[in-house]
Design a protein around this ligand. Structure first.
Ligand code: ARG
Ligand code: ZN
Length: 867
């Protein structure tokens, strides 16, 4: 398969536009008939033909202005329908048939457990009918759905329902109209039988909005949290941005078969049921968090995405980076906790840094794309959100709000670019962001190195900065960028010092590093301070400064910034993990262990932060700190450090663990924090004393009434392969085998089971009736559990782990290319590892590359990995 890359630099405005579309969709599992009437207008003066996008469609008829189009006037390929010799304004009638039952790609119109649903972003609408499938063509949609009302009591589309008729043949026709012009990627249709949770929200201008949440039959007891989160999101967007919802109805449908998290279709969000369904007995604290953030995310898209959309798909971060930033702020405001920031940073460091350093490296605004679905990445989303956050940092909350107001004032109803967004921020604040825009142009993680010098005589403290961005797979030469560094200086007791400098610092002590190197001098500093150089992770960079162990311990104990405390402890621990892995040292110094013990005993640290402070750096995070890694030496070093630290923490963790037990389950932040710290303690106990942990896990599992604690028990039993593991796993399976969403947790644990039996076990698990490769949640839970979390056996010496993954990828290639392209990620990192791992991984990629029917998705990713 040879697919050509599209380039951002080749963007051209559309030759034609469509301002109105009437759709009639006659539902049938194998033979759905789609009739569309398009009002088409030529744009500008030219005589080029009309080229519509379309894939896997059976064309039944084609009319222009009521006349059948003769064969010689149109031409079809696999992906287009070209109509020539047409006027400047025309009405095109198209009838096609499609086969939703055969659509396992879950893109376009497909069936999820008997319900019809759609996923059109990015380019799925072309699998429903011929159209100008690009985000800068905005039309008013009227959609008539025809089906059997017994089978499909709910037939839904965007906007308002304007008609419902009983047809002579017994079928029912329901018509929806969306008053807002939109690109076709925001189109949605759902038909099925659901349970319905209804509520309402009164907007700030006093309009009542009907809120409807559709879930699979029997799941109403799991819908409340999503509804609460939706109402909180609506109120938050009014309060923080003055943005009000604009239709009278907002619908959310939860489906079991869904490639991603959720989709912001106008007025009719379609969600992966994972991000809707939860109650305390079936979902963990983390699941509840995920629901709050994804419900928020899709709701916030109504303004940042739908009212103002993207001109082309290279601009995806315009809506995604901004909307992730908004959902992160929303979650921070809801929980009021510093650990949200730590968890967001952990994603950047463990996943985004890897992407930036790997074969798929791309700027948050990519310049070249083969398959757009491959660019819904942690770079576009999460690094994109960091870029927005940096603007927020530089402009302050009020300045950022002024920029947002101007953005909507200028661009409501339009399809625009990232440049338009930045221009609104600049113009609203008279702030020059031209240099800052390198963040949109360059891939790669900037590395900032800081050295310092203290002069006792003049009481001055000097920081010298230098920045450098390593070459990435897509770009060799890099320019200096604009890096906002939030600074702090601390004395030896960890008390914050005032910052006196002649250089300009913006609000909150933010210093802008703009050039390759720069110097900053502080006056009136009484003794050599300890600097904090990246408070709150004010830029998505790697920062290095040669801290002493003592300085890191002081920061971790006392710094007024939660992120900096965590970062200091992670830096300190990573130092000794690498030392052991390299064979330079055998032992962690006692003062480091004492530091961890002091943290565990410090009563002034809140539980949530303490839980993070007591965690070792993750393998993924460590992998991004070095090149050419001997993975087994690294895993051994992690084990060594755990064994050395655990005895010292054992006693405190044991008593903390028992103090943290709660008699009543509650979902407030303090209770969540207790559960999280108690899990950290339990894992240190397990490291120190397996027998004690076995009893604790068993009794926690038996006595607890909530999934968070039960899964904590199971996770630790699984990780340490405790004697209770197998009976707990069996009990869990007995209890939940009919509940796919809950079984995902079990599948994930099976995937990451660190045991010599893991390959035989995988075979058994794959044969279970609840495991289906066609269901993305099931496939992801098991496959990513193994390939992205079971480091020991994925990287087994004989290459069997790579081959297992490779086999799954080959199966998924034909079932669901998008999911295959995501799950292959661990193999694409082959260059990170020393031989023999690197060689074996590469051989698997080469084998996949030879597949006859290799999808465009995999072709792009595997091809780049082998370049
Ligand atoms: N816009 C959706 C969201 O961010 C995600 C759509 C993903 N689509 C895809 N083809 N990968 O909420
Ligand atoms: Zn989004």
């Amino acid at each position: 398969m040879t697919a050509k890359a599209k380039l951002l630099s080749d963007y051209q405005a559309p030759d034609f536009t469509i301002d109105q579309i009437e759709l009639t969709i006659e539902l049938d599992a194998e033979n759905t008939k789609v009739t569309s009437t398009l009002r088409v207008q030529r744009q500008g003066k030219h005589d080029r033909p009309l080229i519509l996008d379309g894939e896997q469609l059976q064309l039944q008829s084609l009319h222009i202005d009521g006349q059948a189009v003769p064969q010689q006037q149109y031409h079809q390929t696999d992906s287009t329908l070209t109509i020539s010799d047409i006027g400047d304004e025309l009405t095109v009638d198209i009838v096609v048939t499609i086969n939703p039952a055969a659509n396992t790609s879950l893109e376009g119109l497909y069936l999820s457990d008997g319900a019809f649903c759609t996923q059109c972003e990015a380019e799925g609408f072309r699998k429903i009918t011929y159209y100008l499938d690009r985000p800068d063509v905005l039309a008013r949609f009227t959609t008539k759905i025809i089906g059997d009302v017994e089978q499909f009591p709910f037939m839904l589309s965007n906007g308002n329902q304007i008609a419902k008729q009983q047809l002579a043949d017994g079928r029912t026709a329901v018509t929806w109209q969306d008053p807002f012009p939109k690109p076709c990627y925001l189109f949605a249709l759902v038909a099925g039988d659901f349970d319905l949770l209804e509520d309402s929200f009164t907007t700030m201008s006093g309009r009542d909005v009907c809120l409807q949440l559709f879930v699979d039959k029997g799941n109403l007891d799991r819908a409340d949290y999503a509804m609460e989160s939706l109402k909180n999101s609506m109120a938050w967007d009014e309060k923080v941005y003055g943005l009000e919802y604009d239709l009278d109805i907002y619908m959310v449908v939860a489906v079991d078969f869904f490639n991603m998290g959720a989709m912001e279709n106008k007025g009719l969000n379609v969600f992966n049921s994972k991000y809707v369904l939860a109650n305390p007995s079936s979902a963990t604290d983390q699941d509840f968090n995920g629901i709050e953030s994804v419900i928020g995310h899709e709701y916030f898209h109504n303004w940042t995405g739908n009212r103002v959309t993207c001109r082309d798909w290279f601009q995806l971060s315009l809506k995604e980076g901004l909307t992730v930033f908004r959902d992160q702020c929303f979650s921070e405001d809801m929980t009021g906790s510093a650990v949200n920031r730590i968890d967001d940073v952990a994603i950047i460091r463990s996943h985004q840094f890897a992407e930036d350093a790997g074969p798929m490296a791309h700027p948050i605004r990519p310049q070249s794309v083969i398959e757009m679905n491959n660019f819904y990445t942690v770079t576009v989303y999460n690094k994109g959100a960091e870029v927005i956050r940096m603007m927020h940092t530089l402009l302050g909350a009020d300045g950022f709000r002024r920029g947002m107001d101007l953005y909507f004032e200028r661009h409501d109803g339009q399809a625009v670019t990232c440049d338009d967004f930045v221009a609104a921020m600049e113009d609203a604040n008279s702030f020059d962001l031209s240099h800052f825009k390198t963040w949109y142009q360059q891939a790669g993680t900037p590395e900032v190195t800081v050295t310092d010098h203290y002069d006792a005589d003049s009481q001055t403290y000097t920081l010298e900065f230098s920045q450098q961005t390593p070459a990435t797979a897509d770009q060799a030469d890099k320019k200096a960028t604009h890096v906002p560094l939030r600074l702090g200086l601390y004395d030896s007791d960890g008390a914050a010092l005032p910052l006196n400098t002649d250089s300009p610092l913006t609000d909150g002590n933010v210093y802008s590093l703009i050039t390759d190197t720069d110097t900053l001098v502080f006056n009136g500093v009484a003794s050599h301070p300890t600097p904090a150089l990246l408070k709150g992770f004010s830029a998505p960079i790697k920062l290095s400064y040669d801290y002493s162990d003592e300085q890191l311990l002081t920061l971790s104990q006392h710094c007024d910034d939660g992120f900096t405390r965590w970062d200091a402890m992670q830096t300190l621990l990573a130092r000794y993990i690498w030392g052991i892995a390299d064979g330079v040292i055998n032992e962690v110094p006692t003062q480091v262990i004492a530091g961890l013990v002091a943290i565990s005993q410090n009563q002034h640290i809140d539980d949530a932060l303490k839980a993070r402070l007591l965690q070792l750096p993750t393998v993924n995070g460590l992998l991004n700190q070095r090149e050419q890694i001997d993975i087994h030496a690294l895993l051994d070093a992690l084990e060594t450090i755990r064994q050395q630290v655990a005895p010292a923490l054992h006693q405190t963790c044991t008593s903390l663990y028992s103090e943290l037990q709660q008699s009543q389950y509650s979902l407030d932040a303090a209770s969540i924090a207790k559960r999280s710290l108690s899990a950290s303690c339990l894992s240190w106990i397990a490291e120190a004393n397996g027998q004690q942990a076995d009893q604790l896990c068993q009794s926690l599992y038996d006595s607890s009434d909530n999934m968070t604690e039960q899964l904590n028990a199971l996770t630790i039993a699984n990780r340490f392969d405790l004697p209770c593991r197998s009976s707990l796993m069996d009990q869990f399976e007995q209890r939940w085998q009919d509940d796919g969403l809950v079984m995902d947790k079990w599948l994930n644990l099976q995937g990451c089971w660190n045991s010599e039996q893991c390959f035989d076990n995988l075979k058994t698990v794959e044969a279970k009736p609840f495991f289906k490769l066609t269901n993305p949640n099931r496939a992801r839970s098991l496959i990513a559990g193994f390939a992205a979390m079971n480091y020991r056996y994925f990287h087994a010496e004989d290459g069997s782990g790579y081959q297992w993954l490779s086999q799954k990828i080959q199966n998924l290639n034909s079932i669901n290319p998008q999911i295959a392209a995501r799950l292959i990620n661990p193999l694409t990192q082959w260059r990170k590892f020393t031989a023999p791992q690197s060689i074996q991984m590469k051989a698997c990629l080469e084998q996949i590359y030879q597949l006859k029917d290799l999808s465009k998705d995999l072709h792009e990713i595997v091809g780049k990995s082998l370049e």
